[in-house]
Write a protein that binds this ligand. Structure first.
Ligand SMILES: Cc1cc2nc3c(=O)[nH]c(=O)nc-3n(C[C@H](O)[C@H](O)[C@H](O)COP(=O)(O)OP(=O)(O)OC[C@H]3O[C@@H](n4cnc5c(N)ncnc54)[C@H](O)[C@@H]3O)c2cc1C
Ligand code: FES
Length: 373
């Protein structure tokens, strides 16, 4: 069980945790020709908390509407220092509410793209992004009557507020319990929007806030929102589906607690925003050949080089987005050989069983063959 301070540390820590797993070159980017790019106008910038801003977007005139499902994310491309950096940002708006598409970004003090968005992007500017992607979604059914539990840590609220509002609007008999953890009251993102939603949908929506550092008179939960507190707060609430997004220690603790409470893994959906911080992976210290079956191209992956890096360097048009095992865009099927992959990542058990690997955080441990490409 993480200590009190460990809760949001993984996500909010300053300085950043140590990252032995990957080298900074893992985050470089090159254009991705087969994935369509689009231009989005920033029509409003909203300061949500001291270090979080929402960017409300619309397609530039004459381009296709920006369609997305609740829980999905955009990949934003930002040019800086001669490199195109790409980062995923979940939609914080709900398509079911008729809201304009919006992303909400936490400014990382040493972050390339989040700092750029906060410090340089203003209303009227244009962002370059790819179409919406992601599987952290929910298939709504107007006839459903289910109870959905959502646990958000910090900026992990972004996909969850979109999912919560979508479920409440599209499933009139379903209920949502949304537990939000933050370091302090000042850092609660969407506090007023959540209060308005609660007023509109009570008793179908219950929102509970927890803060690590509670000021006198704080009406919510005091202390970190870890697995124990989540179970205490839920009591005997039934959960048909759980959605969890936040810092890694919180996610680990909450997922373990949900499993301990008998909630099946298939009912628990997670979204990871940050690098794997646990150095559990032995990265091969030798070169290996990677063959891309469709093109027949054979590439030598250097020691410490991911399959994605090796493939892109050789000019292979591999899909990717977050480059940190969080979005699934770089998923490829391995048909031969052995790889090691940084954990945790977003692959499901089933995808693992079927031989899928994430090229952005997998290293060839023997000669490897990748299907397609
Ligand atoms: C599916 C998904 C959805 C997301 N949604 C949101 C969202 O809604 N809102 C939001 O604010 N963020 C979201 N993120 C996180 C976001 O994509 C960025 O990772 C985040 O904004 C930081 O990017 P940056 O360029 O500012 O920081 P970076 O420059 O990437 O740096 C971030 C931290 O990582 C460290 N770092 C940099 N490079 C490496 C490396 N190669 N290896 C290890 N550590 C490194 C840095 O020192 C720094 O502490 C999401 C991520 C995913 C995968
Ligand atoms: S690019 Fe996002 S998981 Fe690999």
């Amino acid at each position: 069980m993480p200590s009190a301070t460990a809760f949001i540390r993984g996500w909010f820590s300053e300085p950043a945790p140590t990252f032995e797993i990957r080298k900074p070159s893992a985050r470089w980017g090159t254009p991705q020709p087969h994935q369509s790019r689009r231009q989005l106008r920033v029509v409003e910038v909203v300061q949500e908390t001291p270090n979080t801003r929402t960017f409300v977007l619309e397609p530039v005139a004459g381009t296709a509407p920006l369609t997305y499902r609740a829980g999905q994310h955009l990949t934003v491309l930002v040019d800086a220092g001669g490199t195109t950096h790409r980062r995923c940002y979940s939609f914080s708006s709900s398509p079911a509410a008729g809201q304009r598409p919006a992303i909400t970004v936490k400014r990382m003090p040493d972050g390339v793209v989040s700092r750029h968005l906060h410090d340089h992007v203003r209303t009227g500017d244009t962002l370059v992004a790819t179409d919406a992607t992601g599987h952290f979604t929910i298939a709504t059914d107007p006839a459903a009557a289910r109870k959905v539990v959502m646990v958000a840590g910090g900026v992990g609220i972004t996909p969850l507020i979109s999912l919560a509002e979508t479920v409440l609007r599209e499933e009139p008999q379903s209920q949502v319990v949304l537990l939000c953890g933050n370091r302090s009251e000042a850092e609660i993102i969407f506090r007023q929007r959540l209060a308005r939603l609660e007023a509109e949908f009570a008793p179908r929506l219950v929102v509970r806030h927890a803060v690590d550092v509670a000021s006198p008179g704080w009406p919510g939960l005091a202390g970190p929102l870890d697995g124990t507190r989540v179970l205490e707060t839920l009591g005997d609430t039934r959960a048909d589906a759980c959605y969890v997004c936040g810092p890694e220690p919180m996610m680990e603790s909450v997922c373990a607690a949900l499993a301990g409470a008998g909630i099946g893994r298939e009912c628990v959906h997670t979204e990871r925003f940050a690098y794997a911080t646990a150095n559990t992976t032995r990265i091969p210290d030798h070169t290996a050949e990677v063959t891309f079956a469709a093109s027949g191209k054979r590439v030598t992956a250097r020691a410490g080089q991911t399959i994605l890096q090796a493939g892109l360097e050789a000019g292979i048009d591999l899909p990717y987005s977050c480059t940190m095992g969080g979005c699934g865009a770089c998923k490829v099927k391995k048909v031969a050989g052995t790889v090691v992959t940084s954990e945790p990542n977003c692959l499901s058990d089933r995808e693992r069983e079927e031989g899928y690997v994430l090229a952005c955080c997998s290293y060839a441990d023997s000669d490897v063959t990748i299907d397609h490409h």
